[in-house]
Write a protein that binds this ligand. Structure first.
Ligand code: PMP
Length: 367
């Protein structure tokens, strides 16, 4: 019997998604494939409100687009303002450095978001940066950055905006055109509840224009070439993960069946609320600053005298897998992911078992 997954990703997939992936393969140059690719891109563009921006699907994990944003849209040795609120912000800083660009870092204490006035201040002090990076949902701390407000600041300063939405896309609101996002990327194995292997992004016209001025874009993540294949033949330059694309297509049809993006995002918000309530009812404390809670992952302080990895192991023995603390707070916290296919009964089972495990480890739940 598979574990009930409350992980940070990969997460449990919708049964309809798994069913749709059990297909005989088709050529990625065939009409049938092109129709699947076209329809999936269209559905994702609708979901992201990306009518001017171009939606790209490529064989990669999400990090591929992180690298692509730097290689295609920042001049070699150019500066990037990297906002860091946890481990994945640090990953972006590394992507900048390892590609020979220069990060200027705006870092916040763990558990806190970046605030618009802080970003404005950093951009006033660093007028020569070409772009700003934001981790929408910081998976290591369970903090959701106020992206809409931050995007406004970035656009006031006329900079490119790159958003790591790996653990946000599909669960947190993203309005690509309205908010002026230049690149937003994610991975299939998170909030859409699809197996890993597919990276999705929306890319603005400004990025493609900028890319034309940067000859050393590399081979695999050349966004101009990837766009060319999309425009000319609804496909990708390299072989795409066809089952994952069929899976994402079905996930987006489930969104439609549920009544559209607002309803679907509402489902995620309610689920997250229920997880936080359950955690607090046990007398446990949330790590993130109130008002900035993640819709996809809840980071919880270890109860006094109890170690997170022990909770993790005990729950595993009961058929439930949560996520261990990650990054600098790994010894203080454990994480409950709430992405993908999770039923109401699964959540009941999680809290029933978590309560019993905590009691067995000597912690007295509040209620
Ligand atoms: N950014 C964030 C915010 C993430 O949560 C993750 C994965 N946990 C990544 C980037 C890396 O994604 P991938 O493994 O799909 O490359």
């Amino acid at each position: 019997r598979p574990m009930k997954l409350f992980t940070a990703g990969p997460v449990a997939c919708f049964p309809e998604v798994l069913e749709a992936m059990r297909i005989q393969q088709l050529s990625h140059r065939s009409k049938e494939y092109q129709e699947l690719h076209r329809d999936t891109v269209k559905r994702l563009a609708d979901f992201l409100l990306a009518r001017k921006a171009t939606v790209l699907l490529i064989p990669s994990s999400g990090t591929g687009f992180m690298e692509a944003s730097i290689r295609n849209a920042v001049t070699p040795k150019g500066k990037v303002l990297v906002t860091v609120i946890g481990e994945f912000g640090n990953r972006y800083r590394e992507a900048v450095e390892r590609n020979g660009r220069v990060p200027v870092v705006l870092e916040k204490p763990l558990g806190k978001p970046v605030l618009p006035e802080e970003l404005d201040d950093a951009l006033r002090k660093n007028r020569d940066v070409e772009a700003v990076t934001i981790t929408y949902n910081e998976t290591s701390t369970g903090v959701l950055n106020p992206l809409r407000e931050l995007a406004k600041v970035v656009k006031e300063h006329g900079k490119l905006l790159f958003v790591d939405a790996v653990s946000a896309m599909g669960a947190a609101d993203i309005r690509v055109d309205d908010w002026g996002i230049d690149i937003v990327f994610a991975s299939s194995q998170k909030a859409f509840g699809v197996p890993p292997g597919l990276a999705m992004a929306a890319v603005s016209e400004e990025v493609f224009e900028k890319a034309k001025s940067i000859p050393e874009r590399g081979l695999y993540f050349d966004l101009l070439e990837i766009r060319e294949f999309l425009v000319k033949q609804w496909s990708t330059p390299t072989t795409p993960p066809i089952p994952q694309i069929a899976g994402l297509n079905v996930a987006l049809r489930i969104v439609e069946k549920m009544g559209g993006r607002e309803r679907w995002l509402g489902m995620y918000a309610e689920r997250a609320e229920r997880i936080r309530r359950g955690v607090q009812e046990l007398g446990l404390k949330l790590f993130a600053e109130p008002g900035y809670y993640s819709p996809t992952i809840t980071v919880v302080y270890n109860p006094p005298g109890v170690k997170g990895p022990v909770i993790y192991e005990e729950l595993r023995k009961r058929g439930i897998e949560i996520a261990k603390g990650y990054g600098k707070v790994k010894d203080e916290t454990f994480r409950i992911g709430h992405m993908g296919y999770i039923t109401s009964e699964d959540i009941d089972a999680l809290f029933r078992n978590l309560r019993e495990v905590l009691i067995s480890l000597g912690f007295k739940p509040a209620a």
